[in-house]
Write a protein that binds this ligand. Structure first.
Ligand code: GTP
Length: 858
């Protein structure tokens, strides 16, 4: 056995190959990039640990190590596994996560050697995927210009479609789609004559690539690597964002627009800078911009290259926050849209910084492209200054965040350097009482967050949706980003035939249901030749490429496969629109409605917008086109509950739900700041009794961002655990049995006071364990929701009960991961540094499962 782990080996020590009897070789945590081709000389090898190196590929001969039982490759740069992995059939300990795997795909590799073998076997008989497809997500503030941008980008396809239609050829569009372009055209209300007009404009997209003028050459995909600063791989070193490299120290390589020289803006580096005086071609002027909430559309961006985008346009209105995060997934291209005309430097956070934090928390390492719209409304100089400002502020935010995380990682390192007993000796030490194990997890989490920053492509691309040339250039830009093999290496991978068949089966015309149950999907999988477990990988692939929604890691939603996105989105949008007219129109579409009924419906809508309350029969009316039977209604209501949109306030405990009598509460609609609750719920208000009441409060602190929509979803999630609840916009008062619980969200106030969410209860000291029991399931529910945010940084604390009892505005916060094992008593004595040194103070230590969320490898 040879253990060379945790050294600085940059090369594989060749001398080891001269030791053919080595059985266990440990080379973890070195800097190895290559393995020798003749590794197979080590025929006796049973354990090979190579985790946390820089290995990019494995030698083919590795599959000849027939005695291998342990193969640990986690934390490398491996994209492709050699053929014939099935030969390593004895491997029982297999670790591969945290590698940028393409072939076999990550989803397959994680399942183990037999799955890799089956995949490789099938692949040998497959054809390259004919249609590369990428999920493209448009996000940004309300009125940023997302809808118009989407419509303009897709103009060309529409134009093509209308030509095809005119020639009577569009019957040939056989692709089975749940949401066809044709369908969307109707929604957009595009007049054919307007489409016709566009034919007059000349789109560079149709020109031969080498015909792109030198001025625009950076936009031409043919010369992407050499000339396009946006795509230059030198700016995307080892998972770092371009912007890290563009911080002030690296101005020389920064692809940002040049600062003004002698008062004149230099436009040389700014390929898309506009001439404001040039006449605008009103090609899309007058196209309605306003979106209908979230929308999903297929866009064949380049028929010649066969590249299709599935465009998800998110809504800018925060009322959609509660559902938007379901549509953010790894592997997509994100376009953050900013209205440059409305942009000012002090609006940076609300229009850019916030979205980057949100995306980074949900999809770490996502690829983001910045687009500035309304360029036609800005003067040339103004445009340049704004783009530059956005660019610099992104760099600053990124630098600040990374430094903050590095600082925290350093603190953890220092604490790890200390002896555990020393850490426990004084309550003033950082991480007082935190176990080494928890500290190491924390360290791993920081490492993960630092290694998976967003990949923000720069510079900001200013465009006017009114100018066809700009739109064509942006289209080309998106295509070249999508096709860049360093950025989206997965796009052109070969996929097994069975995956393609599975996709076709899910979208066959008769599959009109709103969703498929996992079992329905498994049956289709069997038809396609996929066994149940191999189905998961195929569904994950379809999810990531935007074709359907399948929440593999969600406890309850993983029972569904949402293949019919337009219908699903139609349903979800209804509950986020917050527009009385739209709601009434839906309710009154039945012409038979008499006046009395109409007044009643009016009343329900008012109640909904004020208190978030709706009876089931009105929900049924709102969703009429999607509901054929009572069973449909019940299934949809169940889904809405599982997604965290609403809960039933009067669900009978044992009997089946009676749809007609049931009322539903949508917490995202609650407006009153505090719940209408009696004063007695707060122990400190109990005159004379507060001295005997112990406060128990767990606090979650979110230094960067509080996940949008989380509080509303959490409100729904805890409903099955509580009774007699009373909801406020940011607070919930309720009971767990007879024990009161309070959940409070406190939005950030400046940088010094981050967002916090606390879960509290109280009881007399001898009964404090009942308070623990009351809040534990609520804490667990929150942890489950937070698992959906692998890039989110937050800390968990237990507030000092003594400080709370004194009513201190700033109670001492103990680290929330003091114990990783449950302590039956749940209460330990510990000294609070704010309360002198006597050991009388009782602090309550979070007892159950460990609270540090281990980072999700995806
Ligand atoms: N002059 C000009 N107007 C634009 C441009 N892009 C969008 N608009 C207009 O700006 C308004 C808002 O655009 P939308 O596309 O609806 O914005 P959005 O981001 O989809 O907004 P939400 O759907 O509410 O999130 C519309 O009136 C558009 O016509 C542009 O480049 N130039």
């Amino acid at each position: 056995m040879l253990n060379l782990s945790s050294n600085l080996l940059g090369e594989f020590p060749e001398a080891v190959l001269a030791l053919p009897s080595v059985e266990e070789l440990y080379l973890s945590r070195n800097q190895l990039a290559l393995l020798p081709a003749h590794l197979c000389q080590l025929r006796q090898l049973r354990a090979l640990w190579l985790d946390n190196n820089r290995i990019r590929y494995l030698p083919d001969s590795i599959v000849q190590l027939h005695s291998l039982e342990e193969l640990v490759l986690q934390g490398n740069q491996i994209a492709i596994l050699p053929e014939g992995f099935g030969q390593l059939s004895r491997v029982s300990l297999w670790k591969i996560k945290d590698n940028p795997l393409i072939q076999p795909p990550y989803e397959v590799c994680m399942k183990g050697i037999p799955y890799i073998a089956a995949y490789q076997q099938e692949l040998a008989h497959s054809q390259p995927a004919l249609k590369p497809r990428l999920k493209l997500v448009l996000m940004g503030l309300k009125d940023a210009g997302k809808t118009l941008l989407r419509k303009c980008l897709m103009q060309e396809e529409r134009q093509r479609d209308s030509q095809l239609a005119a020639a009577g050829k569009d019957a040939g569009r056989t692709q089975p789609r749940g949401y066809s372009m044709q369908q969307r055209d109707i929604n957009l209300g595009l007049a054919p004559e307007r489409v016709g007009k566009i034919q007059q404009g000349h789109c560079p997209i149709t020109e031969p690539r080498d015909a792109v003028s030198p001025k625009d050459s950076s936009l031409g995909p043919a010369s992407v690597e050499q000339q396009d600063p946006l795509l230059s791989p030198s700016l995307r070193v080892a998972g770092k964002t371009t912007l890290e490299d563009c911080s002030t120290e690296h101005q020389d390589v920064c692809p940002s627009p040049s600062p003004p020289v002698n008062g004149e803006a230099q436009t040389g580096h700014f390929p898309m800078l506009l001439d404001c005086h040039a006449p605008l071609r009103p090609l899309v002027a007058g196209l309605p911009g306003t979106s209908q909430g979230i929308e999903v559309t297929d866009w064949t961006a380049d028929a010649e290259r066969g590249l299709t985008f599935i465009v998800y346009e998110l809504a800018g209105d925060p009322s959609y926050d509660v559902i938007q995060s379901f549509f953010l997934s790894p592997g997509a291209l994100y376009v953050l849209v900013v209205n440059l005309s409305a942009y000012t430097p002090h609006r940076f956070y609300s229009s850019v910084g916030y979205f980057l934090h949100w995306l980074g928390a949900k999809v770490p390492h996502a690829v983001v492209c910045m687009v500035g719209t309304h360029a036609d409304l800005c003067a040339e100089r103004e445009l340049e200054e704004k783009c530059l400002d956005i660019h610099h502020q992104i760099a600053l935010q990124e630098k600040r965040d990374a430094e903050g995380l590095q600082h925290l990682a350093q603190q953890v390192d220092e604490a790890l350097g200390q002896d555990f007993d020393l850490r426990c000796s004084s309550p003033h030490t950082a991480f007082h009482g935190v176990s080494d194990k928890n500290l190491r997890r924390k360290k791993a989490q920081f490492q993960y967050l630092l290694n998976h920053r967003l990949q923000i492509l720069s510079p900001v691309l200013p465009i006017s949706c009114q100018d066809n040339d700009h739109v064509c250039r942006l289209r080309e830009k998106l295509l070249s980003v999508a096709e860049h093999r360093d950025i989206f290496p997965n796009l052109h991978r070969v996929l097994p035939k069975s995956w393609q068949v599975l996709e076709e089966l899910h979208f066959q015309p008769q599959a009109q249901q709103l969703w498929l149950s996992w079992w329905d999907s498994a049956r289709l999988g069997l038809q396609a030749g996929l066994t149940e477990d191999r189905l998961q990988s195929a569904l994950s692939y379809l999810h990531e490429s935007g074709k359907l929604l399948y929440f593999e890691e969600h406890l309850t939603l993983r029972e569904y496969v949402f293949h019919n996105l337009p219908r699903l989105i139609d349903i979800l949008n209804v509950f986020c629109q917050r527009d009385a007219t739209v709601l009434l129109r839906k309710l009154l579409r039945d012409t038979q409605t008499d006046e009395l009924k109409a007044t009643q419906l009016h009343h329900y809508v008012e109640g909904f917008l004020l208190y978030g309350l709706l009876p089931a029969h009105v929900i049924r009316l709102l969703l009429k086109p999607h509901i054929q039977s009572r069973e449909d209604l019940l299934l949809i209501l169940e889904l809405l509950e599982k997604m965290g949109l609403c809960y039933c306030i009067n669900k009978p405990k044992c009997k089946p739900l009676n749809g007609a009598a049931a009322w539903y509460k949508f917490p995202c609609y609650v407006k009153n700041e505090v719940p209408h609750a009696e004063a007695w719920i707060n122990g400190t208000n109990l005159s004379g009794q507060s001295l005997v009441i112990e406060q128990l409060q767990i606090e979650y602190i979110f230094p960067f961002i509080f996940p949008p929509g989380l509080f509303a979803r959490y409100s729904v999630q805890i409903n099955s655990h509580v009774v007699q609840r009373s909801d406020g916009k940011y607070q919930i008062y309720a009971y767990r049995g007879k024990v009161p619980v309070v959940v409070s969200y406190r939005p950030a106030r400046g940088t010094l006071q981050p967002d916090t969410l606390s879960i509290a209860s109280h009881a007399s000291l001898p009964n404090i364990w009942t308070a623990w029991q009351a809040i534990t399931p609520l804490v667990e529910e929150l942890n489950v929701l937070l698992h959906e945010w692998p890039g989110l940084y937050y800390t968990v604390h237990v507030l000092c009960s003594k400080c709370l009892k004194r009513g201190s505005p700033n109670p001492h916060a103990f680290p929330g991961e003091l114990l990783s094992q449950p302590r039956p008593e749940g209460v330990i004595e510990i000294i609070c540094p704010r309360n002198g040194s006597e050991r009388v103070n009782v602090a309550l230590v979070y007892p159950p499962t460990p609270t540090v969320i281990s980072p999700c490898s995806k």
